[in-house]
Design a protein around this ligand. Structure first.
Ligand SMILES: NC(=O)c1ccc[n+]([C@@H]2O[C@H](COP(=O)([O-])OP(=O)(O)OC[C@H]3O[C@@H](n4cnc5c(N)ncnc54)[C@H](OP(=O)(O)O)[C@@H]3O)[C@@H](O)[C@H]2O)c1
Length: 157
């Protein structure tokens, strides 16, 4: 299973200054619930923003990080790949969630089978954006309303 998980503002912003522009505890719980025990695949910027907040990789999950400088030392629980294709090859057959950021979402949106998107009902100032969810490619199969956001799921048509 290859899926993508993201929280996206009304204006498609997903981040600012290498962090999230919002704090939505329910969405963090949703992320944890879906990804626990699975593999999360992310770019180096996202990984280091997580390290700043949690001081460790996402616990209970295999953290796979991609960087063009694969010499960086990784903490326990995280593996670094210098090549996205090599990472995907090694992860074949595993349950993998592509977890950002913008650069990695852009490369992966056409390669995953399912999108888990938290649509936040507000626009934010930011510097990174989610790619367009093309309705010719993606069919919304779930849309669960919450106060200020929706948990949506999309399947590839
Ligand atoms: N709202 C959300 O759901 C969500 C989720 C995740 C992240 N975010 C936000 O997104 C922002 C970070 O996104 P970003 O686009 O700046 O960075 P990113 O995608 O997290 O990481 C980009 C880095 O990953 C490495 N990389 C990407 N593609 C690669 C490839 N094909 N091969 C090898 N290395 C590759 C490169 O690292 P090197 O420079 O080391 O080569 C690149 O600079 C932050 O603001 C974060 O908070 C939001």
């Amino acid at each position: 299973m290859l899926a993508l998980i993201a929280a996206v503002a009304e204006n498609n912003v997903i981040g600012v200054k290498n962090g999230l522009p919002w704090h939505i505890p329910e969405d963090l719980k949703h992320f944890k619930h879906l990804t626990m025990g699975k593999t999360v695949l992310m770019g180096r910027n996202t990984f280091f923003s997580i390290m700043e907040i949690l001081k460790k990789p996402f616990p209970g999950r295999t953290n796979v990080v991609i960087s063009n400088n694969p010499e960086d030392k990784m903490p326990q629980g995280a593996v670094l790949y210098g090549d996205l294709e090599a990472a995907l090859k090694d992860l074949a057959g595993k349950d993998v969630f592509v977890a950002g950021g913008a650069m990695v979402f852009a490369q992966m949106i056409n390669r995953v089978d399912r999108l888990y998107i938290t649509h936040i009902h507000k626009s934010y100032e930011g510097d990174v954006y989610f790619p367009k969810i093309d309705p010719a490619i993606w069919r919304k199969v779930k849309d669960e309303p919450h106060e200020g956001f929706n948990f949506a799921e999309y399947e590839k048509i």
